[in-house]
Write a protein that binds this ligand. Structure first.
Ligand SMILES: [Cu+2]
Length: 160
């Protein structure tokens, strides 16, 4: 009785190991929600994309790069205070701790789009490919949105 209990535990353990060995990719375990690209005035060369990145897996993952047909280059950026000024700087990766959600938002982490090749018109969307540390990728369609201050959002609400 006791032995069969132990052996069934062992079978379960081996099954879970083989499940791990089947290697869920980062792209399988990470969900991206509320993605959007900031609309910029014509002539402005760069923009940024924001989103919520949720790592639903039990494994630590990271975003390591991106690409888009709408921009010459896509970089991962953050904002830091330097001498009292907010400055952007490129980061090697954006860590996605297991089970946690990481917000890319104005003033913080963002996906920088450098050298825009097309106009970013609100209502349209931009394809964006994000690459994880294990080489897996996810492609999203990020809608273009005007970045609004909270006050403006409230005013907008009142107009309806
Ligand atoms: Cu940036």
């Amino acid at each position: 009785m006791k032995i069969s209990y132990v052996s069934s535990l062992l079978v379960l353990f081996l099954l879970s190991l083989s499940g791990t060995a089947m290697a869920q990719t980062a792209a399988d375990g990470v969900a991206i929600a509320d993605a959007y690209v900031r609309a910029v005035p014509p002539g402005q060369p760069n923009s940024a994309s924001f989103m919520s990145v949720k790592n639903n897996s039990g494994t630590h993952h990271a975003l390591v790069s991106g690409s888009s047909p709408a921009a010459e280059a896509v970089e991962l950026h953050t904002h830091t205070m330097e001498g009292g000024m907010m400055r952007m700087r490129q980061v090697e990766k954006i860590d996605l701790p297991a089970g946690e959600s990481v917000d890319l938002k104005p003033g913080g982490l963002h996906v920088m789009m450098i050298g825009l090749k097309q106009k970013l018109i609100p209502g349209e969307s931009v394809p964006l490919t994000l690459k994880f540390e294990d080489g897996s990728e996810v492609m999203i369609d990020a809608p273009v949105r005007k970045l609004q201050m909270k006050m403006k959002k409230m005013d907008h609400k009142h107009m309806h």
